[in-house]
Ligand binder design. Structure first.
Ligand code: UD1
Length: 423
C-alpha cells in the first residue's frame, strides 16, 4: 500500500495572487490564552491546519470548546468548567501544548502536564519556562513524565531569560497577567506572534507594557477580571516566505495578500541580496523573480533576526543559486535533517554541526523524498518546483500540520502539483 503523497513537476513561472493565512505559531497560543477568562472568544484569520485541530482537542479535554463559525473564524467557549489536566495522548502531538501551563497555573494554581512533543528536531527543554514560573512562586514536581505544577497565587517577579525563548516568554506572560503585583520579563522574545498574543491579552483586560520590545512589564489583575475577546490572527510570515521561495526558484510574479513586510524585514533584505524583487503593495507584498538566484551566507537568530523556521527554504533556494552559501543554525542542534532529502534531489550540501555549506547546482532532479517536519516538508515541495522530472513528497501529515492548502494555493499560481491519495 502506498501512503498519501504530493507529486510535483517543474512548471516554470508562477503568476497570480495568494492569500496568506493567519500564523500557526500565533493562533495556537491565542487558543491556549482563552483558558484565562470565561466567555466566548472569536478568532478570525485562523488557518485551517492540523495543529489547530489538535489544540482544539487538547482544550476540549481541559474544558474549552471550539467550533468553526465560517471559513477562518473559530469560536472558543470557556464556560468556567475547567479541569487543569493536559493528557499525554494530546500533549505529545504538539509542542504548543506547553502553552496551557501559564494560563492554568496563573488562574487555577495547579496543572498536571505531560511533557510536550511537537516537531521532531533537536532537544527542546522547558527549563526557562519552569525557572521563570518558580520565581513567581510556583513549585514543580516531575513524576512519571508528568509535570505537577502548584502555586497559591503567583506573585510578580523580575525575570531575566538566559535566551529570548518564545515559549518561555509566552508561559511567563500568560501566568503573570493574573499574578499579584508586577512582573518584568527581560530578554523577552520579540517575535510578531508574541506581540499578537500580547495584544489579545490586552483586549482581554490584561495590563502589559513594552509590547514588541525585549522588556515586557505585566501588571497582574485579579483572577476574574479578564474577559473573553475577539481577535484577528497575525499573518503567517513563514507561509509567506514559502510562497516567496516558490517564486524565487520558479520565476514569475505573485502578490501575497495579507503578508506583512514589517514582520519579515531582515528576510526580505536577504532575499533582495539573492536577486528577488519584493515590494509592498496595498495589503501585502508583490514578488518578482527572473533568472538565477545569487548565493548568500545566512545565520538564524531570534527575531528580528532570520527565523530558524525559514532555514529549510533558504537552503533550498541556495541549492539552485549561483555560488556557495554558508548557513549557520544558532537555535537548534538537529535542524539540518532534511538535508539528506535535498541531497536525494541532487543538491550539493555539506552539513556539519551548526553549519551547512550549500553549493548551487544548475537544477535539481526529481526523486521520492520524505518530509521530516513541517517546515522541511514545505521546503521539499519548493525543491520539487526546481527539479527536473517527478518529485514525490511523503510525510504529508507534517505539512498539513502547519500549512493551509499549500498544494491548492501553489496549483492556483500555476505550479504543476497535486495530492495523490493513498492507494
Ligand atoms: C517556537 C516556534 C518554533 C520556532 C521557535 C524559535 C511555536 C509553536 N514554535 O518554538 O516554530 O522554531 O519558536 O523561533 O511557536 N530552550 C531552552 N530552554 C527553554 C526553552 C527553550 O533551552 O526553557 C531552547 C530551545 O531548546 C531552543 C531555543 O531555546 O534551542 C529556542 O526555543 P524557543 O524560542 O522556546 O522555541 P519554541 O517556543 O519551542
Amino acid at each position: 500500500m502506498n501512503e498519501e503523497r504530493i507529486l510535483i513537476r517543474r512548471a516554470g513561472p508562477l503568476h497570480g495572487e495568494v492569500v496568506i493565512p493567519g500564523a500557526k505559531n500565533s493562533v495556537l497560543k491565542l487558543m491556549a490564552a482563552t483558558l484565562l477568562a470565561d466567555g466566548t472568544s472569536t478568532l478570525t484569520n485562523v488557518p485551517d491546519i492540523g495543529d489547530v485541530g489538535i489544540m482544539a482537542e487538547l482544550l476540549a479535554a481541559i474544558g474549552v470548546r471550539s467550533e468553526w463559525a465560517g471559513a477562518g473564524t473559530l469560536r472558543l467557549v470557556n464556560d468556567g468548567d475547567i479541569s487543569p489536566v493536559a493528557p499525554y495522548e494530546l500533549v505529545e502531538r504538539i509542542r504548543a501544548s506547553i502553552n496551557v501551563l501559564g494560563p492554568l497555573l496563573g488562574r487555577f494554581g495547579r496543572v498536571s502536564l505531560s511533557l510536550p512533543g511537537g516537531d521532531d528536531f533537536g532537544s527542546r527543554p522547558i527549563d526557562m519556562h519552569l525557572r521563570g514560573l518558580e520565581a513567581m512562586g510556583a513549585t514543580f514536581e516531575l513524576q512519571h513524565g508528568v509535570v505537577e505544577a502548584r502555586a497559591e497565587r503567583l506573585h510578580g517577579a523580575d525575570i531575566t531569560l538566559d535566551f529570548p525563548s518564545v515559549g518561555a516568554t509566552e508561559n511567563i506572560l500568560t501566568a503573570a497577567v493574573h499574578a499579584k503585583g508586577t512582573t518584568v520579563i527581560d530578554n523577552a522574545a520579540r517575535e510578531p506572534e508574541l506581540s499578537d498574543l500580547c495584544n489579545f491579552l490586552v483586549s482581554m483586560g490584561a495590563q502589559i507594557e513594552g509590547i514588541g520590545s525585549s522588556t515586557l512589564v505585566v501588571h497582574g489583575v485579579q483572577p476574574g477580571d479578564l474577559h473573553a475577546a475577539d481577535h484577528r490572527v497575525v499573518a503567517d510570515r513563514i507561509q509567506a516566505a514559502t510562497y516567496l521561495a516558490a517564486v524565487a526558484v520558479s520565476g514569475g510574479e505573485v502578490t501575497l495578500r495579507g503578508a506583512c513586510a514589517e514582520h519579515m524585514e531582515m528576510l526580505l533584505r536577504r532575499f533582495h541580496d539573492m536577486g528577488l524583487t519584493v515590494t509592498t503593495v496595498g495589503d501585502g507584498l508583490a514578488v518578482w523573480a527572473n533568472g538565477r538566484l545569487r548565493s548568500i551566507d545566512v545565520a538564524t537568530l531570534p527575531y528580528p533576526g532570520i527565523a530558524t523556521d525559514y532555514k529549510p527554504l533558504i537552503v533550498t533556494m541556495l541549492s539552485v543559486a549561483d555560488g556557495v552559501g554558508i548557513v549557520t543554525e544558532n537555535l537548534y542542534p538537529g535542524r539540518f535533517r532534511y538535508v539528506e532529502e535535498l541531497q536525494r534531489l541532487g543538491a550539493d550540501i555539506r552539513a556539519d554541526g551548526h553549519h551547512a555549506v550549500v553549493r548551487g547546482v544548475p537544477h535539481l532532479s526529481g526523486a521520492p523524498v520524505r518530509a521530516p517536519d513541517i517546515r522541511a516538508g514545505a521546503a521539499l515541495i519548493v525543491a520539487g518546483l526546481a527539479a527536473e522530472g517527478d518529485t514525490t513528497v511523503t510525510g504529508v501529515h507534517h505539512i498539513d500540520r502547519g500549512y493551509d492548502d499549500l498544494v491548492g494555493r501553489l496549483a492556483a499560481l500555476g505550479a504543476d502539483i497535486e495530492r495523490v491519495p493513498a492507494s
